[in-house]
Design a protein around this ligand. Structure first.
Ligand code: A2P
Ligand code: MG
Length: 387
């Protein structure tokens, strides 16, 4: 078999059967060929970790003393803060500094339109000061002071549409802005797409405890917070503290009995259908109450075995963005987990800014996925017939 046809075989969308049957021989030998040609993204990963950690430093500073004037409302009524803009400016600036001779493409959540309006000068100056102070505190990139125009340019470096060809960085500068404003969980989520596939992901979760947040371990004596999760395709997932501890390899939970599972869902009730999640949990015999936290910190927590399942069912018509799942999905899959839409298809990050999904996103380990898919299918059918 040629490498090309072999790659086609392994990249086909897969359904329930993928998780329950052993792989056919041809697919196993394929994996060997593929793994022998896997690229290394070490340099990009190091740059992404550095950029996300810097952005986390800026966000922490803002969250500690959030001013009313730091929070504004976007056209869709969702909040945006000086830290969202500052984080995006820092990451965009840092990545361009690291790879000056490569074409730069960044798909990111924010743009500078509102900052260029009359009356926004003070906010823009505050963001620029935050960015400069953060760069200076780290001594990173050996750069002179950025002007407000430099900051606008860096933010608008994130205007790419992504797609299936070439390399694209994908950034949510603050995922879970509502959690950030509340003083709760949020994440800086940065991923790299290469030819439409996520090849690395970094999640900086400044408020996530290093110890488990689920079950008995949540009462651990280690109450340090601030986690950095990172994953590269074919190389596993690691977690370290944002203060710089040695990375440890993490794995999703190995539990096989769904009755022992606990599941994550959004803190914000409007982001996911809770009635559907609770029906699914009931079918699986899950006894523990849902764990509700904001942002892709859920993917990070799952990757290290806190809980076993993540359920996300946005209202009909809501279109998920790639920056809300790219980093989180590779962090979980490289830790041995599975991330699919509600019909069991892998997420496709190659179609631009949005994901085209069937009904929602579900995440768990390989062993529990067949039962979870069955419970999701039955619950969706029941909900549809009761309308
Ligand atoms: N109505 C909605 N349904 C689902 N997700 C939403 C909705 N509105 C906003 N979001 C996204 O949910 C993310 C937070 O997820 P979580 O609920 O897991 O904390 C936010 O980044 C936000 O994306 P964005 O701000 O990019 O539009
Ligand atoms: Mg987001």
């Amino acid at each position: 078999m040629t490498i090309i046809s072999c790659l086609r075989t392994v990249s086909k969308p897969s359904l329930i059967s993928q998780f329950s049957k052993p792989k056919p021989k041809t697919q196993q030998s394929c994996s060997l060929v593929v793994s022998s040609i896997v690229m290394s993204y070490d340099k990009e990963l190091a740059a992404a970790k550095k950029a996300a950690s810097l952005a986390a430093r800026l966000c922490l500073k803002v969250q500690k003393a959030l001013l009313q004037s730091d929070v504004q409302s976007k056209n869709d009524k969702s909040p945006v803060t000086v830290a969202d803009y500052g984080s995006q400016a820092l990451v965009s600036f840092a990545l361009q500094k690291e790879f000056p001779s490569e074409p730069f493409s960044l798909v990111a959540e924010e743009d500078s339109k509102d900052l260029r309006q009359d009356g926004a000068q003070e906010t823009l100056e505050r963001i620029t000061k935050l960015v400069n102070d953060t760069l200076a505190s780290d001594g990173a990139y050996n750069t002179s002071t950025l002007s407000t125009e430099d900051v606008i340019r860096a933010i608008d470096g994130g205007k790419s549409e992504g797609g299936s060809h070439g390399r694209h960085w994908v950034l949510d500068p603050i995922d879970g802005t509502k959690g950030f404003v509340r003083g709760d969980q949020y994440a800086i989520a940065l991923a790299l797409l290469d030819e439409g596939k996520v090849v690395l992901g970094v999640l900086a979760c400044p408020n996530l405890p290093l110890a488990s947040i689920v079950g008995d371990n949540q009462h651990s004596s280690n109450n340090e917070v601030g986690c950095l999760f990172f994953a590269q395709v074919g190389a596993g997932t690691y977690m370290q503290s944002l203060s710089g501890s040695l990375p440890v390899k993490v794995q999703v939970t190995a539990i096989e009995n769904s009755e022992e599972a606990s599941f994550f869902e959004s803190y914000e009730a409007a982001h996911s259908n809770r009635d559907l999640s609770s029906l699914i949990a009931k079918k699986l015999g899950v006894k523990a109450p849902p764990v509700r936290i904001d942002s892709q910190a859920k993917y990070g927590a799952l990757s290290r075995g806190d809980g076993a399942i993540y359920l996300r069912f946005p209202r009909k018509g809501y279109r998920e963005k790639i920056w809300d799942h790219a980093a989180g999905s590779i962090v979980v899959t490289e830790a041995g987990g599975v991330v699919t839409d509600a019909a069991g298809y892998p997420l496709d990050f190659s179609k631009g800014k949005h994901l085209n999904l069937q009904a929602g996103i579900i995440v768990t380990n390989q062993k529990l996925m067949p039962a979870l898919l069955k419970a999701v299918k039955e619950s969706l059918e029941e909900q549809a017939s009761s309308l």
